[in-house]
Ligand binder design. Sequence first.
Ligand code: AMP
Ligand code: GLY
Length: 426
Amino acid sequence: MHILLLGSGGREHAIALKISQSPLCKKLFIAPGNAGTSKCGTNLPFGVNDFEAIKKSCIDEKIDMVMVGPEDPLVNGITDFLKNSPDLKNIAVIGPEKNSARLEGSKAFAKAFMMRHNIPTAAYKEFTLENYQEGTNYIQSHSLPIVMKADGLAAGKGVVICNNELEALAEFELMIQRAKFGDAGKKVVIEQFLQGVEMSVFVLTDGKNYVILPEAKDYKRIGDGDTGPNTGGMGAVSPVPFANDVLMKKIEDQVVKPTISGLESEGLAYKGFIFLGLMIDKGEPYMIEYNCRMGDPETEVVMPRLKNDLVELFIAVNEQKLDAITIETDSRTVCTVVAVSGGYPGEYTKGYEIMGIENVNQEDSMVYHMGTTIENEKVVTNGGRVFCITSYGRSIFDAVEISKEEMKKISFNGMAYRHDIGYEFE
Ligand code: AMP
Ligand code: GLY
């Protein structure tokens, strides 16, 4: 099979490596990829939203299957575009169609979907310029803290948790009147603040059947002890110690099943990953959000625990035969620690040489490239999150310690990482 993987982060390196290990994959291309994916297949020089270039490479390289990594092209309709191209008969695309990707692309759509299918989530209301006054009244009568969300994609920055009424009113005005998030914030979802601990569950569906992959927990804040601004994710652990069978059964019954049957009953075609962002409060799951893709850096701990052949799973998704698949999981604990550029998540400089990757012990650890590229035959930084080191261990503490030891072998100008991933489970 010839496979094209779209994306350029750590998630894509982890997926590329897993695909490249499958005997079912004859040729793998990654667009645009990073320095790490170039070792798993051939990087192609175009972006994930360049639909014409994607289509042309599908024809030129006789691609049988496209796997879409990030949400952007899905929300923009890459799946529909490829499926409807007369030149690309029978191409398999792993990733939902545009209408279904609204689960991530529109928070208002996702909340209404959860309501229609009785999926537990925070109470909410949606507002636009038309009912702006009603929105300010709603804020004034709401309990605190209050959560405000730009409806559309806002590069992970569209959620603001407000601790007082003034802040909430100011944020509401910024989003709706002053277009703080552009078109993405023309509609705003205001919702109740959920207490509890967060975790992520990953579902792969063919639109009718589904399998549940190993769960994970990520660490979003830049600083140790969960301090400082939010990032894309500074580390992750899997399994999640509190995700016992009772909780996982509740998540499956109350969230996964109604989501899959809801998509089917509403005629929302879906072949791909669904990432459930959950809050667990006193053992009860509540949905925070859907993503129509895998998480990053969660993929970098999920893939190493997945024993199945990933290409075999994707073929089953395409043929709507996931019911014949049983997920096999490595029982070891896996953790990842992310190294970031100095200044991230604020401003940072790219292009610093990364030294020492080749010295990392490959036995229990692996390096997944995130924001890297090759310049003059050297691996250099090319993003805020640069790489992560994933390790197997006997416990979370053990796995994180191994990653941190290996981290010492790599360096670049301004490199920083969290030292306390998994701290609450020690
Ligand atoms: P999102 O951008 O949708 O991933 O949300 C970012 C983060 O905001 C989530 O990971 C949660 O930590 C937090 N969050 C979102 N909605 C709520 C909520 N209703 N209650 C508490 N925290 C929330
Ligand atoms: N790590 C969170 C995400 O991928 O959205």
